[in-house]
Design a protein around this ligand. Sequence first.
Ligand SMILES: [Zn+2]
Length: 305
Amino acid sequence: MNRVLTRRDFLAGTAAAATMMGLPIGPARAATASSVSLGDAEVLVVSDGSLTQPMSFVLPDRSPEEIAALGLPADTLHPDCNVTLLRTPDRLVMFDAGSGPLFQDTVGALADNLAAAGIDPGDVTDVVFTHAHPDHIWGVLDDFDELVFSKARYFLPQAEWDFWRSDDAFADLPEERASFIVGARNRFDALEEQVTLIRPGEEVLPGVEAVDTAGHTPGHMSYVLHGGGDSVLVTGDAILNAVISFERPDWRVGPDQDQDQGAKTRTALLDRITADKLRIVGFHLPHPGIGTAERAGSAYRFVAG
Ligand SMILES: [Zn+2]
């Protein structure tokens, strides 16, 4: 894994020049993008910030002792949000679009972090969604309800499109998630002219294979990116946490809509990741979320890097 230095160097140079000219400068930025190469393509990860989730929501069935035994905090998790981009010689494909300005205060940093990485939203040719939860799709709209990635084509799982537009959504979800339904429908309306609905197993774009990972949501998909004889799996939320999902993939977790199917999907995906020695990018794994999985006894271990 190497850091993208160009833009940071540029910013450092700008800051030095600004200081010399007596201009005010902002706080120093950390590097905002990490990358791995994939043949003649590059996989970049840019942060959208982090969420705040009560542990009682994440692991509703588990006792404080079970949670402490995994070394997890008792009260709150702050999962990172890692947006993956695939830069090929002729495309810039983004997987999910972050939260935008309206979800939680600690997320919605994608636009700033893309800019810091030297990426213009107008250069994004394609946006491919794993699912339609707020932290993955709300970021397609800016403060003025305009499409941020205005020139992009959008790809969304057919089953996801169907579910969030159906009456079942209101019946299947608790009342506090009604905003998820309204929010998804608003975004679907905004990108309707530019969206292609996709199915598991399809090659969505050259070298981008859609994998059925339903459970977290009814149409959730992950994507295997192929290039130069190598592969990277963009997991989305099929894998949620670097500890819980790997050490106890069989546990039911609150963020999954169908918690039993989510656990089955997660275990099967970890089997594939370890068998195929796939490198992964996990949307909510510690930033940048790049790593591999190893078997550890009857479970797994996340190895960052
Ligand atoms: Zn998520």
